[in-house]
Design a protein around this ligand. Structure first.
Ligand code: EPZ
Length: 423
């Protein structure tokens, strides 16, 4: 995997334009398999996970192209209803093709995703929900097989045990094509990406309401039509650069964002010592005083997003006082802390809580990165640290941050990337 070398003692200064949301584009691309007309998707980030999803769509029979952040999907006979584990293993979000494939083709077989570095990541909420919708679900040799009942109940009510983003997205997508059925999903996830998926589905002729609240209602149609749609900006990328500006005591403006998608992270950044100015589609941060300790728990939207938890912890590692960061969504999302402590931080993790004692500074070291957001956080730690930091197994970063080396270097960083054979 790639190595990233970060030059330390760097304050970031300048502005950066945020790309389209990976976590919005992926469920939209999964939903596209239900539509037999041309789809044009704009503002799609050029990321490995996007290309993984596009290669799966091609394998199923779709003709796809990617140019200038626009994806074009032409209809084509779906030639296969199964997605092998080797592709699911590369990107868990492809599991969201199970339901759309089954409702479109009558059946589907998809490798059951395994865990990853941030947790077990089961799919039981997806499967329970699909069964409630009427699908026959079975598991064989590590695959999940879903068979459509052909006709659906007039009314289905399902309460999710937890506001799972992926399960909400999979169920609202499938329900869109359950002709003659009204489906009510309670305890739905409220993330902006769920709202974006609703926008795409309705642009294709679906009837989905309530996204952004805990109750989503869908009236199933017998067919959806082609459409052109623009993906929302990536709030996690935006929050990453704002935290990087705060952590390095710099001054950063993120452009092409939707500020209300960042309301809680901005509030926390202000409590830590950031001065934040918000305009219609940009957010500016600079630092007023030494960074201060806070206590934060990550939660489902609209709470503090789990995907920014590593960035928050790194920012607090040199804040004055003792902070506590609780991971309220995943069971194992502090895997990067041991590496951060090797750079001189003082963080103790107990169960899902990180107890952070602010230190006067960090020092560069050779470290390794466990996942997308942790890699971004360790790059920020490298910017703060004195000396050079070498991050091994850093290839995760290219799954979630478009042109991150260029964007950070434009902000004054000195980041070098050494891709190896498998990148
Ligand atoms: C989405 O993952 C995002 N990924 C994640 O971003 C994000 O961290 C997460 O939502 C939470 O916001 C995409 O959108 C592609 P969940 P998802 O289902 O849908 C448990 C990134 O870095 N759970 O809301 O998989 C699960 O284990 C990624 O961009 C079950 O137990 O998240 C977790 O503890 C990381 N059973 C919690 O629910 C299920 O069937 C939330 O998971 C499903 C989930």
């Amino acid at each position: 995997m790639s190595q990233i070398v970060v030059t330390g003692s760097t304050s970031l200064n300048g502005s950066v334009t945020v790309s389209g949301s990976k976590n919005s584009a992926l469920p939209i691309l999964a939903a596209s398999i239900m539509i037999d007309e041309t789809i044009v998707l704009n503002n799609v980030p050029e990321l490995r996970d996007i290309f993984t999803m596009l290669s799966i769509l091609q394998r199923i029979g779709r003709k796809v192209s990617f140019s200038g952040n626009t994806v074009r999907i032409e209809p084509g006979e779906i030639v296969v209803g199964n997605i092998p584990y080797e592709l699911i293993g590369k990107m868990r979000a492809s599991f969201n093709l199970l339901g759309p494939l089954a409702v479109r083709c009558g059946w589907a077989k998809v490798g059951k995703p395994g865990g990853c570095n941030i947790g077990q990541r089961p799919v039981d909420y997806h499967l329970r929900g699909l069964r409630k919708l009427g699908f026959r679900i079975s598991e064989q040799h590590g695959d999940v097989i879903a068979v459509s009942p052909g006709s659906f109940d007039d009314f289905v009510h399902y309460r999710l045990p937890y506001p799972s983003v992926g399960a909400t997205e999979q169920l609202m997508t499938v329900a869109s094509l359950m002709k003659g059925s009204k489906v009510v999903i309670e305890n739905a996830a409220r993330e902006p990406e769920v709202c974006d998926l609703q926008g795409f589905l309705n642009g294709s002729g679906a009837d989905v309401r309530g996204a952004g609240t805990s109750v989503i209602e869908v009236v199933g149609k017998d067919a959806l039509h082609g459409t052109e749609y623009r993906v929302i900006p990536d709030r996690v990328e935006a929050g990453t650069y704002l935290f990087a500006g705060l952590a390095t005591l710099g001054e950063v403006t993120v452009k092409s964002v939707i500020p209300e998608h960042l309301a809680v992270p901005i509030k926390i950044m202000s409590e830590i010592g950031g001065i934040v100015d918000i305009s219609e589609d940009s957010v500016h941060i600079e630092v007023s005083s030494p960074l201060k300790a806070v206590k934060v728990s990550s939660e489902p939207f609209p709470g503090f997003p789990t995907d920014l938890q590593p960035l928050l912890t790194v920012t607090l590692s040199t804040a004055r006082g003792e902070s506590v960061v609780e991971e309220g969504v995943f069971e194992n999302r502090f895997g990067y802390v041991d590496e951060l402590n090797r750079m001189g931080a003082d963080v103790k993790v107990c169960n899902r809580k990180a107890f952070i004692k602010g230190v006067s500074g960090l020092s560069g070291a050779e470290i390794k990165a466990p996942d997308i957001r942790a890699t971004a956080a360790l790059i920020v730690a490298g910017l703060i640290a004195e000396g050079e930091t070498i991050i091994h197994e850093a290839g995760h970063i290219f799954r979630g941050y478009e042109r991150i080396q260029a964007k950070l270097n434009d902000l004054g960083a000195v980041i070098k990337v050494f891709p190896d054979e498998d990148g």
